[in-house]
Design a protein around this ligand. Structure first.
Ligand code: FPP
Length: 257
């Protein structure tokens, strides 16, 4: 099989088009994959063709993130609000997810990728849940890129679920309410144990968060672009990383002189 990724040990396929600093790669990149519908409309195609083209962009960006040593990539694939879309669009998205997991599993696994998911997947069709669980179980020992597919994900929903779990543990006496701090809450989130996103990328021209990683993005850098997700290529990823590397992150402090 053709190996599109650099191997686990080297990044021989990598070309650094954007002159990014490979020693300062963001640990966690999160992407709101927006603009599939508009991309399709511009071409007089059904919306689902936009999503299909969006999967190609996923392939390219996952490959590139793995090649350049990003540790976590979180992709907003289906939000808690997306259920209100027409039924055939929702089922097309679920089918694309299944197809992606089935088709890409071997290559992702052989390239050391952990196929993880965040969000409340219990509302997804049973077959999707099983495929996601299998993909995670079979890749969880990999040590490369962690690919978080955010599915039936909403930042508010995640926080509500976290509060409920934390409340249960307080009642059981597992934690003391006086000891609750930032870290305690982080440990009940779907992203437990992961660093917060360094950069949130949103293509398609929209400039909003849309209920994505509300807690985790406290100090994330935002990067917007008019490119629609199906047209988002590794060069665009490099530009986002380049811009990120030239930002001044102070985390509420002052710049060292
Ligand atoms: C937003 O664009 C995109 C989505 C809600 C779905 C994203 C899903 C994929 C790219 C493919 C399926 C996922 C996987 C993991 C295989 P939009 O439809 O809101 O675009 P618009 O704003 O232009 O209408």
């Amino acid at each position: 099989m053709l190996n599109f990724f650099s191997s686990k040990k080297s990044n021989q396929n990598y070309t650094n088009e954007g002159n990014i600093d490979l020693k300062n790669i963001p640990k966690h990149i999160a992407i709101i994959m927006d603009g599939n519908g508009r991309w399709a409309k511009e071409r007089r195609l059904p919306r689902t063709m936009g999503h299909k083209a969006g999967v190609e962009a996923i392939r390219e960006i996952v490959k590139e993130c793995s090649n350049i040593g990003v540790k976590y990539l979180t992709l907003y694939a289906f939000s808690t609000e997306n259920w209100v879309r027409p039924k055939d669009e929702v089922s097309a998205l679920m089918s694309l997810l299944m197809e992606y997991l089935k088709k890409e599993f071997r290559e992702l696994d052989s390239n050391n990728v952990v196929i993880n998911h965040i969000g409340d997947i219990s509302k997804l069709p049973q077959v999707c849940q099983q495929e996601l669980i299998n993909a995670y179980e079979n890749t969880k020992h990999n040590t490369g890129l962690v690919l978080n597919l955010a599915l039936n994900y909403g930042g508010r929903d995640e926080l509500v679920r976290a509060f409920k779990l934390m409340h249960e543990d307080i009642i059981k006496g597992k934690i003391n309410e006086n000891d609750i701090n930032d870290n305690t809450l982080s440990n009940y989130l779907d992203t437990k144990g992961m660093p917060d996103p360094d950069i949130i990328i949103r293509p398609s021209g929209e400039q909003r968060l849309s209920n994505f990683l509300l807690w985790q993005c406290a100090y994330s850098e935002f990067w917007y672009s008019n490119i629609k997700w199906p047209d988002f290529k590794k060069e665009n990823l490099h530009k986002a990383i380049y811009d990120y590397q030239n930002r001044d992150r102070r985390f509420g402090g002052v710049k060292q002189s």
